[in-house]
Write a protein that binds this ligand. Structure first.
Ligand code: SAM
Length: 304
């Protein structure tokens, strides 16, 4: 038996979901799909929203592949395993590179160091997400496909005439997604490489209402002449340091989507109230480490 991530879906949606996972390259085809009553349990190659760990039987003759995560055409292995990397590349023609993550996401730019194990020697790749195409460079700027559901959730709240600020925009996935509805978005980041990639992404998605900005979020309230209807704050480990800044930049009655890593529900509610806000909603995005969760708070700034 092999432990793997999986998602559970009602059997009647099973085949449709299996096909979608196959197209995405996310289904672990080395393992047998399981049935549990009316539910189908589909093994997936990496953690995703709603995924849990489960024990699976391998398909005879199909060797389980080493644990890895897929980001566009790149497989990220947790082990420095050249043979495993070659097997992963051979198993999926859509992949061009296999890398080993030498360390954790770290530093101000929230990037990781990688060693190339097989394939084209690059950390650049293309990602398709809900009809958008993003160029990312795993070593140069942060990107996480795990937040795609969050981007769609926020998009559903955006109204046509909104001015939005993305304070920690990275290569632009939130800003470019929300640009479909908002009137204008300022997307700032302190990492110059993220801004260069964001410009590429703005161009390739033909977006015309995002202003990329190389800036330290600490200075935005003194630089920008606007108050925003909505602010996205996706810097989970240090977001609280910038919360006051976000309140200065948000109009009364506006909304702040504040991501954080917490060890208890309601951890930031008091701070939000102190600053003049109300937590309308708190949701776990995913587990982060034992006893810690990556959560999002939807915060409304009090009306004057
Ligand atoms: N929102 C993007 C996404 O979802 O892909 C990127 C989020 S990443 C967790 C945080 C980003 O904040 C990084 O791109 C990093 O360079 C940027 N950052 C860190 N400190 C910053 C600061 N003081 N001012 C502006 N950006 C900052």
């Amino acid at each position: 038996m092999v432990e793997q991530w999986c998602i559970r879906v009602p059997s009647r949606q099973g085949e449709e979901t299996r096909q979608a996972l196959l197209r995405e390259g996310a289904l672990d085809t080395s393992l047998k799909v399981l049935h549990d009553g009316d539910m189908l349990i589909l093994p997936v190659l990496s953690e995703r929203e709603g995924a849990v760990r489960y024990e699976f039987e391998s398909h005879p003759g199909r060797e389980p592949l080493p644990r890895h995560e897929l980001v566009g055409g790149i497989a990220i292995l947790q082990e420095d395993d050249v043979t495993g990397a070659a097997k992963i590349l051979a198993s999926r023609p859509s992949l061009h590179t296999a890398v080993y993550a030498k360390g954790e996401v770290s530093g101000e730019y929230r990037t990781r160091e990688f060693a190339i194990l097989a394939g084209t020697p690059t950390t650049r790749t293309q990602i398709t997400e809900h009809g958008h195409r993003f160029t990312v460079d795993l070593a140069g700027a942060y990107f996480s496909a795990r937040l795609s559901t969050e981007r769609q959730r926020i998009l559903a709240h955006v109204e046509e005439d909104e001015m939005i600020l993305d304070m920690f925009a990275g290569v632009g996935p939130f800003a470019i997604t929300l640009a479909a509805k908002a009137v204008f978005i300022v997307a700032s980041d302190i990492n110059p490489q993220a801004i260069v990639l964001m410009l590429e992404n703005i161009a390739q998605n033909r977006v015309k209402n995002v202003l990329p900005m190389l800036a330290d979020a600490r200075r935005l309230a003194e630089i920008l002449p606007w108050k925003f209807d909505r602010i996205v704050m996706n810097l989970p480990l240090a977001g609280t340091e910038f919360l006051q800044e976000a309140f200065r930049l948000c109009r009364p009655g506006g909304m702040i989507h504040f991501y954080s890593v917490v060890s208890a529900k309601g951890e930031h509610t008091h701070r939000v109230q102190e600053l003049g806000g109300v937590v309308l909603f708190e949701r776990e995005v995913r587990s982060y480490s034992p006893g810690h969760w990556h959560v999002v708070y939807d915060v409304q700034v009090e009306k004057e």
